[in-house]
Design a binder for this molecule. Sequence first.
Ligand code: TYD
Ligand code: MG
Length: 456
Amino acid sequence: MAKPQKRYVCQACGSVASKWQGQCVDCAEWNTLLEEASNVTVFSQRHNLQGGGRSIQLVGLDADIPLPPRTPTGIVEFDRALGGGLVPGSATLIGGDPGIGKSTLLLQAAARIARAGHSVAYISGEEAADQVRLRAQRLGLGDAPVRLAAATSVRDILTTFSGKEAPDFLVIDSIQTMHSDLIEGAPGTVSQVRASAQELIRFAKERGTAVMLVGHVTKDGTIAGPRVLEHMVDTVLAFEGERSHQYRILRAIKNRFGGTDEIGVFAMGEDGLDEIANPSALFLTARGDAVAGTTVFPAMEGTRPVLVEIQALTVRLASGATPRRAVVGWDSGRLAMILAVLEARCGLSFSTAEVYLNIAGGYRLSDPAADLAVAAALVSALAERPVPTLAVAFGEVALSGELRPVAHGGLRLKEAAKLGFDSALVPASLADKGSGIRLHGFAQLGNLVDHLLGRG
Ligand code: TYD
Ligand code: MG
């Protein structure tokens, strides 16, 4: 038998090198290369793959394909992110920071599905069975017919279900704790995670089980090590939020069976995760008197508008010091751009002011329509003039200072009207479609600045 060659696998991106290096040549991460045995590769090299297989059936593109059947979990926000429910025989990866609530969410989903009459197994590799049971009882789920085990050996798990009816829904919490004895290496290494996932995904396809893999996320937001996992599974969900805040967003990043523009919103409370049917109400709680530097932005999350509060603070500095720019929940490059446009096109100077920008509630904004609302917050902060409390603001800002309309204007206005807002600061070209909101349209950012400063 050939001597297994040494190989070094980057634990961040999965790329393979033949010798150890301090920095991965592919993803440029430092100290991520770990030695791993390559016996799987050696094994497959010894086999010729021609002949001996089954002929596969080839079909035309126009063949009728039934929509995948779905099992709703009964948790509306969860089903929404999944695109309508669990697909039998599918593999889903749910990623998120440790402590964000993945185990809680899946335990609640498992209990719901089990109560609806489906067979459900929950395998915990991180917590003892008693710990999970205790949590279930505390959440009032103790009576749900979920079958629970603490295990980390993929072979043991698959052996348990072989020859028996496979569960409809199988939760593996987490994939980083799983161990496949087909391959060497400690749990959590790229090759272990990949091999374990491969076996579990094969099980899902063969037995028609919907398998949900929990994956922890690294600091840079990718699912630890196994970025490769994202390619292997059918659906990737990200569970996001700030640990210090109660709300959580479940977002589909990849979905072979549905769209990726829907989110589910939850709040972590005493009794686990509550569904939030009306997210805007959550982010806008406790709005008091008008405060300078604050605007409300109707963001779009998929097809769903969510109103969020944008807060800006500027602090004048004694000359000489380099002013800070700090952003939470938005892109710092985009903030620099808005500041530059305000300086160059509107004659406002932020060069001697520290600028802090925060999206309230720990929310993360990626919608470019936030430009106008951010600009309004910055101007309001700098001038210490509040934007009216019942106004929302949205639109894209071009480098020329021109304000551009954005998608879903009508939906944004409607959501704002629903929550009691009465006016909107928007690009001039936006037409109202009967939301009842009074529109203040501006062609240029300079016009908006004049309006906010009471100059016109
Ligand atoms: P958990 O589901 O264990 O997170 P993950 O599996 O993503 O690591 O959630 C742990 C956190 O959630 C923990 O800090 C406590 C909090 N929590 C609540 O606030 N309320 C609850 O009812 C539960 C079960 C957890
Ligand atoms: Mg957990």
